[in-house]
Design a binder for this molecule. Structure first.
Ligand code: ADP
Ligand code: MG
Length: 620
């Protein structure tokens, strides 16, 4: 290639090896390559400057995906006229004095953003320092600054960046379409707005001139931090997220973790809705990603991802943010503590959620029922909460008419005993009293203010799994001997794999020995499962062993295996259940953590409030 490059060919060899000091303009252009990669990264730097200046309102505007114009205005403390020129020079910052690079409390500290932008675009800064009596403005283009002039501005700072990369056409070519650049801008603004609920943000698209179009707006929130954050997340991630998010608030060794994380039943097919922040800085970090996966591994299939916004706050000396010029990567001094904190905080919150399944489950169910645009007939008004007498009468289902109707849909109706009514009305029995089993798999229960439908197979599977885990924590899983040992012939690689795990599996209640060739002889199975198909279970466990990631912790591996084992002991759909059995199942679900979803993250029950049912019938 170089043989055909005329520039290199024409340069004498001696001068090619000469070491030169680059001038400032060249140094700034090089730095700009890292700091200002695209319009969105320029906007990120400008918003961070505004936040460092304690702004409470930040307005962002752009045109043509930010390629022709970017403007960020704030009401922060501003820059005095005599320092404007300095703000534009390289490594000039008011935020650190350079003596301690590990103790950084501001977003900025490198003093690179403004000079970099001035090197690759036409930059104008207009600012009025708080307490100052006049505003001033300065422009820089292609790295050459003009003089500081008086200007009109009542408060704060306006930074305008026009024609980004006009001086470096090669960089311009790397930009994507206006639409995808605008998309990236919107993501940056929303991400920063999540971390700063007390600051108001506006995003405006000025393409085509005029006032432009507001594409995003959030008012500054007030009140308690958690309330403010919850409202802000509802605006950005949606009401659904907010309604299905658990509050996270934990601390370990001086490191605090706060935020909101979704119930397992509200999950996504990729990590798109996972937002992590360290000391307010949006980060992409492997410690976080691994810890989140670990915390949810028990509730979610490997290819499902919870939605969450997590904020880690720690002494700045415990985390190095100076790993990358865009500051999106961090390095923790002790990643183990951070991982432990995230896993335990998320698990604790999930355990606290108990049997709760996400509201989107019943919303989805209602959505499926509800005909579009159906006029609501003003029938007669009904109280939201039915009186005890009203409920009692619903329970008296012995009337022949009702009984007939009930059995007609192949359900089984249990007589309404007075205790069942008390149970149904009690706060401590959120899953109510079992009223019927339909289609041999669904338990219909009446609660204080609605109806619950339980998938008996999914629920039982979860309960067995939780019981198995409890046994592992205590003395290991109790096993029972098979009357006739079962010989299972396996593919060669599975045979080796399962033999190498035989000790681990014995502690999980599966006892077997090598039977020669590629067969094993199964002697004992977990007692809790009752009678099982040992061969099917062994094959399932082999699949799981093959599937398991060898880097997973022993605990994670055991849980993955137990989850498979649990399927084998579960009440299969199709099994008739007596009233006591059904009620016992409901009571155990209430007492068991995580019983709101099965081992694969599907809900185990759906709840319809009476008010929802009334809406279905047009009574509300
Ligand atoms: P850094 O943020 O790393 O200090 P910048 O180049 O982004 O470097 O900014 C240089 C300096 O200009 C900052 O240290 C700050 O004093 C001042 N500055 C920049 N933007 C603003 C703003 N919006 N409000 C007040 N001061 C600002
Ligand atoms: Mg900065």
């Amino acid at each position: 290639m170089s043989a055909t490059n005329p520039n290199i060919m024409n340069t004498p060899a001696s001068s090619r090896r000469e070491i030169r000091q680059l001038d400032d303009a060249a140094a700034n252009r090089i730095a700009a390559g890292e700091v200002v990669e695209r319009p969105a990264s320029a906007i990120k730097e400008l918003i961070e400057n505004a936040l460092d200046a304690e702004a409470t309102r930040i307005d962002v505007a752009y045109a043509d995906g930010g390629k022709t114009l970017i403007r960020v205005s704030d009401d922060g403390y501003g820059i005095p006229p005599d320092q404007l020129a300095l703000a534009l020079s390289r490594h000039a910052t008011s935020k650190i004095d350079g003596s301690d690079l590990l103790n950084i409390h501001t977003f900025g500290f490198r003093g690179e953003a403004l000079p970099s932008m001035g090197a690759v675009g036409r930059l104008t800064i207009t600012s009025r320092a708080s307490g100052g009596d006049a505003a001033a403005t300065v422009s820089v283009s292609g790295g050459v600054a003009g003089s500081v002039k008086p200007a009109a501005l009542s408060k704060g700072t306006v930074v305008e960046l026009r024609d980004l990369f006009h001086a470096t056409p090669a960089r311009l070519k790397f930009l994507r379409t206006d639409r995808s650049e605008a998309q990236a801008i919107s993501e940056v603004v929303k991400r920063l707005a999540m971390a700063e609920p007390f600051v108001g943000f506006t995003l405006r698209d000025l393409t085509g001139g005029g006032e432009g179009r507001v594409t995003f707006r959030v008012e500054p929130q007030t009140g308690d931090l958690f309330d403010a954050l919850h409202s802000r997340l509802a605006r950005i991630l949606g009401r659904d997220f907010a309604g299905n998010a658990l509050k996270i608030d934990a601390e370990r060794e001086g490191i605090a973790l706060t935020g909101y994380a979704s119930l397992p039943t509200y999950s996504r097919g990729s990590a798109v809705a996972q937002y992590m922040f360290v000391n307010g800085r949006p980060v992409k970090d492997k410690t976080f990603i691994g810890a989140i996966r670990g915390a949810y591994s028990d509730f979610l299939h490997r290819n499902r991802y919870p939605a969450l916004a997590l904020f880690l706050e720690c002494d700045p000396t415990l985390v190095d943010v100076n790993v990358h010029p865009a500051k999106s990567e961090v390095r923790f001094r002790d990643p183990g503590i951070v991982r432990g904190l995230i896993v335990s905080a998320l698990r604790h919150a999930l355990a606290g959620a108990g049997h709760q399944a996400s509201t989107t489950v019943s919303d989805a169910a209602l959505g499926a029922f509800r005909p579009e645009d159906r006029p609501v007939a003003p029938v007669y008004q009904m109280e939201t909460r039915p009186s005890r007498a009203a409920l009692q009468s619903v329970f008296e289902v012995q009337q022949p008419g009702f009984q007939e109707v009930s059995t007609a849909f192949s359900g089984r109706v249990e007589p309404g005993a007075p205790e069942a009514v008390d149970e149904a009305l009690s706060q401590e029995r959120p899953l109510g009293a079992a009223r019927a089993q339909v289609h041999e798999n669904y338990i219909v229960a009446q609660t204080r203010d609605g109806v619950v439908i339980v998938d008996q197979h999914a629920a039982h599977e979860r309960l067995v799994y939780e019981r198995l885990k409890a046994q592992v924590r205590e003395n290991g899983v109790a096993s029972q001997a098979l009357l006739i040992p079962e010989i299972v012939d396996l593919p060669e690689e599975q045979h080796g794999l399962i033999l190498s795990a035989s000790k681990e599996l014995a502690s999980l209640g599966l006892v077997f020995e090598d039977f020669g060739g590629t067969a094993i002889c199964v002697r004992e199975t977990p007692a809790i499962l009752g009678e099982v198909n040992a061969e099917a279970m062994v094959r399932d466990i082999c699949d799981e062993l093959l599937d398991l990631d060898q880097t997973q912790t022993v605990k994670d591996r055991i849980e993955a295996i137990l989850s498979r084992v649990a399927c084998h002991g579960s009440i299969r759909s199709g099994r008739m259940m007596r009233a006591e059995e059904m009620n016992a199942l409901l009571r155990e679900m209430e007492a068991t953590p995580h019983s709101g979803q099965c081992n694969h993250g599907r809900p185990t029950y759906v709840e319809l409030k009476l008010s929802d049912i009334e809406r279905l019938f047009g009574r509300r």
